[in-house]
Design a protein around this ligand. Structure first.
Ligand SMILES: C[S@@+](CC[C@H](N)C(=O)[O-])C[C@H]1O[C@@H](n2cnc3c(N)ncnc32)[C@H](O)[C@@H]1O
Length: 420
């Protein structure tokens, strides 16, 4: 009998590897006919399959004379993931992959033959294959920036299913105990093996929100508090807006995406928090001056691969010049909206220095009177080796034993009062 979840998973995998669409973008349409549990299952299968695609391709190599169609290759990857990682009974995984290949325009007989041949091998080749590696287009600049050993440690972290981190409004130790999670030194609560997030205690009343431990750090560096006028310049879907608002600041949350801003409004409403939400282009936003600005700039998001293993497939060969140029324009615009002496916190969830360290060096060169330096008192839990010359460099292999963190670069910038 045909399985709608596997069929939809295979179609979603082809959306990623063939049509170069992120799962978050393609899933709403692709999985629309499934029930909520089915949608969650298909997303889990697709994400896991992509996380292990590099190992699957190495195992498949000797069995394929040439690269098959995307539907066939993805059906094979899905079958191997189910058999060797997800623990599905081999006959069910093979039948499911064969059937999905048939429904999705692949070659079912090839999928059947290859998977059965692999299952016959003794010892099975999966376990001996190396940890999935990043694709060359990304590995090369990362090795140049952080070295081979660090990149290998990142790849180990990317191979594992990431934990779920929460930012808690009050009483993080209490919520960690209640949810059976770990209280991280930076104050986030880390959970493992979570089913439906919205069913957890505290979700409905907005006692916490989902936010990676690294992503929770930039807003803490803003120093927001009551009486301060703060601009969250690229705000949606709003994890950082929630932090700034919860700290008591008068927050303007600006983002150009109507759809993402809708999610930001929902998040504020769930948490009972208020901010002025504006849909608009930060490059033309007026309404100055602000005491502080948080600029969480659009970027390659290469720091979030452990949560988004679809990203290396979708962004392959992406031009870096456009995001880097936009980030520079956004920094310049933000500086123009700040009160003299006000603080700009710039951050990107990128592992590429061009979007982080080099972006800040270029801003310092463009603006005499601008300085980059971390505040004297840093938020709790920041490790000494996360400090970089002009800010904080957070990498996925930091806290590797605890499940890692997202990659981020964060700088705090201040313009001297008399400088223009
Ligand atoms: C990294 S995401 C922000 C994530 C958000 N700060 C959070 O914590 O949930 C970058 C955001 O920048 C927005 N963006 C990109 N270019 C923009 C522009 N010119 N003006 C305003 N927003 C922009 C995108 O729509 C996207 O929501």
């Amino acid at each position: 009998m045909t399985d709608p979840i596997r069929n939809a998973t295979l179609a979603l995998l082809c959306d990623v590897t063939d049509a170069r669409r992120m799962i978050s973008e393609a899933a709403p349409e692709r999985l629309a006919s499934l029930r909520p549990e089915g949608r969650a299952a298909a997303q889990r299968l697709a994400t896991g399959t992509l996380r292990w695609a590099d190992r699957a391709d190495r195992v498949l190599g000797p069995f394929l004379r040439r690269r098959p169609s995307e539907a066939t290759l993805n059906a094979l990857r899905l079958g191997l993931f189910e058999i060797f990682v997800a623990g599905t009974a081999p006959h069910a995984a093979v039948d499911g992959a064969v059937d999905a290949a048939r429904t999705t325009g692949g070659q079912p007989s090839l999928v059947n033959a290859v998977l059965r041949n692999i299952l016959r091998l003794d010892p099975e080749p999966w376990s001996a294959a190396p940890v999935p590696r990043l694709p060359k287009w990304l590995r090369k600049p990362l090795v140049a920036a952080w070295g081979k050993q660090a990149v290998a440690a990142m790849e180990d972290v990317f191979a594992a299913e990431p934990p779920l981190d929460l930012t808690v409004r009050a009483d993080a130790p209490g919520w960690a105990a209640r949810l059976g999670g770990e209280l991280l030194p930076t104050g986030s609560v880390r959970l493992r093996a979570v089913g439906q997030v919205s069913a957890l205690p505290g979700f409905a009343e907005g006692a916490w929100w989902v936010q990676d431990a690294a992503a929770a750090i930039p807003a803490r560096l803003v120093g927001a508090g009551p009486g301060m006028r703060v601009l969250d310049m690229c705000a949606a879907p709003g994890g950082k807006t929630l932090q700034l608002t919860a700290a008591g600041a008068d927050v303007t949350a600006l983002d150009q995406s109507e759809a993402r801003t809708g999610r930001l409004r929902e998040n504020l409403a769930r948490c009972g928090l208020e901010a002025r939400v504006v849909v608009g282009d930060a490059l033309t936003h007026e309404d100055a001056p602000f005491d502080a600005i948080l600029l969480d700039a659009p970027c390659t998001a290469t720091g979030t691969i452990r949560r988004h293993p679809d990203l290396p497939h979708v962004k392959a060969g992406q031009d870096l010049d456009a995001p880097v140029a936009l980030q520079a324009r956004l920094i310049d615009r933000a500086l123009g909206l700040l009160k003299p002496g006000g603080r700009l916190v710039y951050c990107v969830c990128s592992l590429l220095p061009a979007e982080g360290e080099e972006q800040i060096a270029a801003a310092l060169a463009r603006h005499p009177g601008l300085s980059a330096g971390l505040p004297e008192t840093l938020p709790d839990g920041i490790e000494p080796d996360w400090r970089a010359e002009t800010g904080l460099r957070l990498r996925p292999d930091h806290w590797a034993g605890r499940g890692g963190i997202d990659g981020f670069f964060i700088a705090t910038l201040t313009m001297r009062g008399d400088a223009g």
